[in-house]
Design a binder for this molecule. Structure first.
Ligand SMILES: [Zn+2]
Length: 217
C-alpha cells in the first residue's frame, strides 16, 4: 500500500491523544502527557481466551481508530501502528520464536467499498514497518462470506455467526508455519478465533492472535 506510506511520510508524527507534533517519529504514538492517559491493559485483561490485546478500547485510541475505520482518516494508521509495533507479541511468540507470517483480518467487502480502506491491513503494514519486520504479505486470509453485523449478538451467537467466514488464500504457504493473526479491536474474540481456526485448518503449526484494543468486558 504505497499511498499509505506516502501519506505518513508527508504527515509529521503526531500524538494520538492531543494531536501535537511529536519530537521524534521514534516516539510510540503518544506524547509524554497523553501516554499516562492510555495505559497498557492490566495483566488480567491483556490475554483472554488465547487472544492478546494491548490497550482498552477507550479515550483517544478509540477515537483515532473510529476516525480511521469510519472517517477515512488513513493518517491515523501510522500512529496506531507505532503503538502496535511496541508489542513484543508482534515479532515473536511467548517462546521467543519469530512468526513466519503476520496476517490481518480482512474487512468485509461492502465496508471496504463504503469507507475506502481496509484498516486492519493498514495497521498491520505500519506496525510491521515500524517494528522493522518485512511487510510483504506472503499469506492472506480471505472472507468466504460476509457475515451479518455482530453488534446485537451475545458471545455464543457471535461465535456461530463467524463460523466458516474465513479461508486461507494460499494454504500451501501455511503448512507447518507459525502465524500471527492481527485485528484492530477484539470484543468476544469470535472474529480472531474464527481466523485462527481457518489458519489451523489450513495446516498452520501455531497461530497467535493479537488485537490493538479490547472492548472492556
Ligand atoms: Zn499528546
Amino acid at each position: 500500500m504505497p499511498w499509505a506510506i506516502l501519506w505518513e511520510l508527508l504527515l509529521p508524527p503526531i500524538c494520538l491523544g492531543c494531536e501535537r507534533l511529536l519530537r521524534s517519529a521514534a516516539i510510540r504514538g503518544l506524547c509524554s502527557q497523553c501516554a499516562p492517559l492510555c495505559p497498557p491493559l492490566a495483566a488480567d485483561l491483556r490475554s483472554l481466551g488465547g487472544i492478546t490485546a494491548c490497550y482498552a478500547y477507550d479515550g483517544p485510541l478509540a477515537r483515532a481508530l473510529q476516525q480511521l475505520k469510519y472517517g477515512g482518516a488513513a493518517g491515523w494508521a501510522g500512529p496506531l501502528g507505532r503503538l502496535l509495533a511496541a508489542e513484543p507479541l508482534l515479532r515473536a511468540a511467548g517462546d521467543g520464536r519469530r512468526w513466519d507470517a503476520v496476517v490481518a483480518i480482512p474487512r468485509q467487502r461492502d465496508r471496504r467499498r463504503r469507507y475506502g480502506l481496509d484498516h486492519a491491513r493498514l495497521l498491520r503494514h505500519h506496525a510491521l514497518a515500524h517494528a522493522g519486520v518485512p511487510t510483504r504479505e506472503r499469506v492472506a486470509l480471505v472472507r468466504v462470506r460476509d457475515r451479518p453485523a455482530q453488534v446485537d449478538l451475545n458471545a455464543a451467537a457471535r461465535r456461530d455467526n463467524m463460523h466458516g467466514v474465513f479461508a486461507v488464500a494460499q494454504p500451501a504457504k501455511i503448512a507447518g508455519r507459525r502465524v500471527l493473526v492481527l485485528d484492530d479491536v477484539t470484543t468476544t474474540g469470535a472474529t480472531l478465533r474464527a481466523a485462527r481456526d481457518a489458519l489451523l485448518g489450513a495446516g498452520a503449526a501455531e497461530v497467535g492472535a493479537l488485537a490493538l484494543l479490547r472492548t472492556p468486558p
